[in-house]
Design a binder for this molecule. Structure first.
Ligand SMILES: Nc1ncnc2c1ncn2[C@@H]1O[C@H](COP(=O)(O)OP(=O)(O)OP(=O)(O)O)[C@@H](O)[C@H]1O
Length: 359
């Protein structure tokens, strides 16, 4: 956990970036919002890639930027792990030398810490290779390992997966998610991809026209009227379950959340492992009693806790199961037919195939 105090006020072309946050940050904060909202500008201020005017940043009590006091740390003086779309590896150095290049500048690590980093990102087979002989996903893993060895106080990841194909993305996400989540240094992670946010984020920061529109944990984001705000095209909730088992024959993973089984198509995962997935509110239908025979594998008993008009003819229904929130978007006609109101018990029906795309 790190205490970050951030105060940024600076003009961009059409609006001002105006961000004030003072918080103990932990794990991965997904930074989301429409294109041109100021996400990259925000990260650049944190990293020190812009002139320091109008920026106050304190990390664990250390001033990184305070123009009033005349303190501006250059990017190389900030202990920062910066990962972006196309990682830069020194082309004339082997992967191994690229890794240790970062270390020489920042002091030594114990051998077992180095071995742990190399192991956790599966870098061992790549050590003797030249960067030109690496795939995009491998380069990203090396860049991440190099940053890890410098023990950053803050991670900044700006669409790090956007240049990768689906398979490499998933490989990298699976490897870096536990590293970033368990790291004592918090991360800011910009992404437009809902599945990435669903898998990576512990908290969500929504920026729109330079302003913070929402900041909170995943559970708080789930609780919001717009699901995951900033990704309004596909509002939904992000949930995390524990793997119970994997059905090899049907390619279905069974997760448990609050004693509720959820089936979703995915690759095999060891039981006991935590797994994130998202449920879009357009994919949730409701019925008053659980149908005895249905193709829908996921049937979750819920209580209606609120109804919010989505438009003249559609309603968002907020549902609780255990301590979790679900949303369903229904026609107003369906809401009337079922006589839905707060307190009514319903069964939420979610096709397993609609949970595809989160693995
Ligand atoms: N150095 C700058 N000076 C003035 N305006 C800038 C500067 N850099 C970016 N802008 C403008 O600020 C706005 C925010 O840009 P930014 O790249 O931060 O948005 P973004 O949310 O990261 O967008 P995207 O999701 O498309 O990458 C845009 O209108 C952009 O044109």
């Amino acid at each position: 956990m790190s205490r970050l105090s951030i105060n940024i006020r600076r003009a961009l072309s059409d609006f001002s970036l105006d961000i004030a946050l003072d918080h103990d940050f932990k794990g991965v904060t997904a930074v989301i919002g429409p294109s041109g909202a100021g996400k990259t500008s925000f990260l650049q201020c944190l990293a020190g890639f812009v002139d320091g005017r109008g920026i106050q940043i304190k990390v664990n009590g250390e001033i990184w930027n305070d123009t009033e006091r005349g303190i501006i740390r250059q990017p190389h003086q900030r202990r920062l792990g910066y990962i972006f779309q196309s990682p830069y590896l020194f082309p004339h150095l082997s992967v191994e030398d690229n890794l240790f290049y970062g270390m020489k500048r920042r002091g030594q690590l114990a051998d077992d810490e180095i071995a742990q980093v190399i192991h956790s990102l599966s870098i061992q087979p790549l050590l003797r290779r030249s960067p030109s002989a690496l795939s995009g996903g491998e380069k990203q893993r090396v860049a991440l390992a190099r940053s890890l060895l410098t023990k950053p106080d803050l991670w900044i990841l700006d669409e790090p997966m956007s240049a990768l194909d689906k398979k490499s993305r998933q490989e990298v996400i699976t490897m870096i998610r536990p590293i970033l989540s368990l790291s004592s240094a918090p991360s800011f992670y910009v992404s437009h991809a809902l599945d990435e946010v669903a898998q990576m984020a512990d908290s969500v920061l929504v920026i729109d026209r330079g302003q913070v529109k929402f900041f909170g944990s995943i559970d708080e984001a789930n609780d919001q009227d717009l699901g995951i705000p900033g990704l309004q095209n596909e509002p939904g909730v992000i949930l995390e379950g524990v793997v119970k088992d994997f059905d090899e024959e049907y390619g279905l993973l069974r997760l448990n959340i609050d004693h509720q089984d959820i089936f979703l198509p995915a690759r095999s995962r060891p039981s006991g492992q935590r797994h994130r997935f998202r449920i879009l509110r357009k994919d949730v239908s409701l019925c008053l009693s659980c149908p005895s025979s249905s193709s829908v594998l996921n049937q979750i008993p819920c209580i209606v806790i609120a109804l919010k008009p989505a438009s003249d003819y559609q309603t968002h229904v907020k549902l609780a199961f255990g301590k979790h929130i679900l949303w369903a978007t229904l026609t107003r006609k369906s809401v009337d037919n079922l006589r839905l109101e707060p307190g009514v018990s319903v069964t939420a029906m979610i096709k397993a195939v609609s949970l595809l795309g989160t693995h």
